[in-house]
Design a binder for this molecule. Sequence first.
Ligand code: F6R
Length: 614
Amino acid sequence: MCGIIGTLLAEGSVVEGILEGLRLLEYRGYDSAGVAVLDKKGISIRRKAGRIEHLAAALAGGALSGAKAGIGHTRWATHGAPSDTNAHPHTDTEGRVAIVHNGIFENYAELRAELSTAGVVFKSETDTEVLAHLIGRELARGVELGAAVLHSLRRVKGYYAVAVLSQDHDQPRLFCARSGPPLAVAVTKTGAYLASDVLALIPHTREIVFIEDGDVAELEIGKVTVRNLDGKVIDRKARRVEWDPEEAGKGTYPHYMLKEIHEQPDVLARTAFDRIREAKGDVEFDTAGWDDTELKTIERVEIMACGTALHAGYIARYLIEGLARVPVECDYASEFRYRDPVLAGNTMALAISQSGETADTLAALRLAKELGAHTAAICNVNGSTLVREAQRVILTNAGPEIGVASTKAFVAQITAAYLLALRIGRARGTISKEQGQELVDELRVLRPKMEQLLGETAVKAVRGIAERHQNAKGFLFLGRGINFPVALEGALKLKEISYVHAEGYAAGEMKHGPIALIEPSMSIVALNAIGPLADKMRSNIEQVRARGGKVILIGSDEGSVQLADEHVKVPECSEWLSPILNVIPLQLLSYSIALLKGCDIDKPRNLAKSVTVE
Ligand code: F6R
């Protein structure tokens, strides 16, 4: 969950570019940061607990400037508290090798004991430092640097992406290796770059080489050589990544989260509109595996995901079962992978993930594959591990999502799931051409309705609600049917960015326990769309009010609006697409409450965007 970066330049100085890259990777972890550069004097390091800006302050005035090789790190602590000494990079005793690391060396305790017995004195509490010492000891025995790196990597076990900086005959050498977490490299005529995320590479070039598990790459100006751990050269082709570096900026918005919320109407269009085939009442994906023959035989869909993506998965369950009439299961990826699941019949295992790098989601999909399922992915990052491993892929095209709290990726995932349900339904004949045309039309008319919810009136209404409820003891989000997962998502957003306790519940379950929580100091957010469950939801709202609960209604059902104490009226739309509209005021509500509370919206405490460890 840390961010790693490395640069070699033919001319100029690396430190400024590494800092820029770290700022782009900071969403991956932000409890400390550091840089190591290499010049004629050897390796020099600066490390600081806290945000990148603390490190930038330590580098102000030209410190470390002038070096043409360097590595950097932004940390999400696993071993050892966030402190200057535990911040990366770490070095061997002689200071000949510097390492940055994302992940965990699972056998580090054993290696640390062995190295300590051999006289090595450790300077940090991290697992990372063992690799620096292993390489250092090989060098001390006269082993050539490349061989020392390979030998040492063969000794560490676990889940890691590392970058190693050292020198040989006065020449800087930069290596990176992967066993799990993401890693990509890019070379130009004047430089060579490695990073945990393509975001930090696309300012240099869009031709990216994705490093695979078991790969060890050596970077040179204009060239990358990839080997396996036994030293055999492997051919890894560059892929073109179409993201625009400008998209990674905040634009005129104060926070990435707000910018990303406002991008959602465009995201809907980018995910859906090019794929719609109106005349056929169908959709077409530009990737293989989605033809009638391939989809007709599917007997079951098993969805696996985490967090917000899991909530999109729950919505996908309603869509695929409701529209395509195929049975669907949906589970936390972290539970699926350890519950010894049974996959009967011809199952499509569908992983949903923004990053495509979430450790549990990847492990769940791999397990499903082992159990005989056909694998599929809905994912936002082309070239990610998930996209490379899944047999069928739908890219969500939401563009880079930088705010740690996921917003636009969620809307894109629901949109992709709607398209998928339509495609499966058309392939299996459960949706007629005419019905398909109606479903497609509903999607087309959604964009202006989303824009309406992002307009001044609606935003102001949400801000007012946030002001009146910011000090509530807690929040209960209630929804039914396809809006039940939206209630879960509303509660998650509020918890993660404003640290207010919130729960999402299926409204029909309320009287089986959570109704005991209802009192005037508890804020109740009820979701209701027009559809067969609207009456039932109205009864639930009545039950809340009868117990003194104050109801904030988000939805288009006029009857519910009348019952509520406050509301944000959502434009009418098909119930299948109502989650896309209903979630917008919820995202804005959590944003506004977090803002009023002075929270760090884009970098909530303890979180990291891409959860690449278990
Ligand atoms: C919440 C959030 C997380 C992610 C989860 C899965 O706002 O961002 O819950 O949704 O960590 O991440 P991906 O989608 O990258 O697999």
